[in-house]
Design a binder for this molecule. Structure first.
Ligand code: NDP
Length: 320
């Protein structure tokens, strides 16, 4: 089978391409900069790449850019979307590429589907699920029926979260209008082995803790291993009954707990000693693991995911 992966250079996508090639797929991989070795070398040296990986140049902001990559594919995995935390212009740096890019890719899919029925898997995020005014307490279980609220995101200046929320909303609207079959994968913060030579935002959050900063922020995050995320994408494509959204979260922990786990694993590392503020710790919450069971995912535990991340960060000299 031939599938397309958009934004193939990235952290999540590289792991997805690796798994697809291992499973015998032919992969049409879209990248922004096919002539930049830092964006392609790690893909070209994957097992099976020589025979079954084909690179295509495509940009999220150019209409029709994905036509060639998508055409003739049995499935499309749309992962490309900027994940940046510090931006000076959220509209052009985050929202436009996320939103226009998603509609561009789905537009290419709808043109291609005249030839063949295509299943599309969109890499959304827990960012499009959990950010709204609903209270969070340890008893609250967030699930696939939750949606983030764009007004709340704007008020809180959560621009990346807003970009993912608007992109997913637009994707569902487009799919409904065109009678198109889409599935979204909504992972929390993704960690695990880095295949690409650059530091992506979620791995950077672990690198920052290991770089000897004095404090950690008073916040809660969900975590999941990139190998489980890659696998969930493929299962969502392969299982005919897969539909709707799938939250992917192995553990939800406060940063204080994350630091404790890292301290236990790496006693000699210089981890932050205290919380950045002296307010009560942000209240924790749960994320349902029910629906994702139907994709057959058995989560890799957080400790192992952290070890794989730190090993990668050290190997690539992002941390000592
Ligand atoms: P990366 O930054 O590693 O990858 C992002 C990818 O998007 C890169 O390939 C990048 O291309 C591409 N991209 C960005 N802007 C454009 C553009 N204008 N045109 C074409 N391609 C573009 O991030 P991740 O791998 O972490 O994220 C991948 C997906 O997973 C995103 O959709 C993200 O929202 C989602 N996600 C990630 C989570 C995480 O914790 N990592 C959690 C939940 C969801 P280039 O390499 O050329 O910059």
């Amino acid at each position: 089978k031939t599938v397309c992966v958009t934004g193939a250079s990235g952290f999540v996508a590289s792991n997805l391409v690796k798994l697809l090639l291992e499973q015998g797929y032919s992969v049409k991989a879209s990248v922004r900069s096919p002539n930049n070795p830092a964006k392609t070398e790690h893909l070209l040296k994957l097992d099976g790449a020589k025979e079954r990986l084909h690179l295509f140049k495509a940009d999220l902001l150019e209409e029709g850019s994905f036509d060639a990559a998508v055409n003739g594919c049995d499935g499309v995995f749309h992962t490309a979307s900027p994940f940046l935390t510090a931006v000076s212009d959220p509209q052009t740096e985050l929202i436009e590429p996320a939103l226009k890019g998603t509609l561009n890719v789905l537009g290419s899919c709808s043109k291609a589907s005249s030839v063949k029925r295509v299943v599309r898997v969109l890499t959304s995020s827990l960012a499009a699920v959990a950010f709204n005014t609903r209270p969070k307490t340890p008893e609250v279980v967030i699930d696939e029926t939750w949606f983030s609220d764009p007004d709340f995101c704007k008020e809180m200046k959560l621009w990346y979260v807003l970009s993912k929320t608007l992109a997913e909303e637009a994707a569902w609207k487009f799919a409904e209008e065109k009678g198109m079959d889409i599935v979204t994968i909504n992972p929390a913060m993704v960690i695990g082995p880095l295949l690409q030579p650059t530091l992506n935002t979620s791995a950077e959050s672990i690198a920052n803790l290991l770089k000897g900063s004095e404090t950690y922020s008073n916040s809660i995050s969900g975590w999941v291993n990139v190998k489980d995320v890659a696998n969930a994408h493929i299962q969502a494509f392969e299982i005919p009954s897969a539909s709707g959204r799938y939250c992917l979260v192995e553990s939800v922990v406060h940063n204080s707990e994350l630091v404790q786990i890292l301290k236990k694993l790496y006693p000699s590392s210089q981890l932050p000693q205290k919380c950045a503020d002296d307010k009560p710790f942000a209240p924790t919450f749960q994320v349902s693991k029910e629906k994702v069971k139907s994709l057959g995912i058995e989560y890799i535990p957080l400790e192992q995911s952290l070890m794989e991340t730190v090993e990668s960060l050290r190997e690539k000299n992002f941390v000592q």
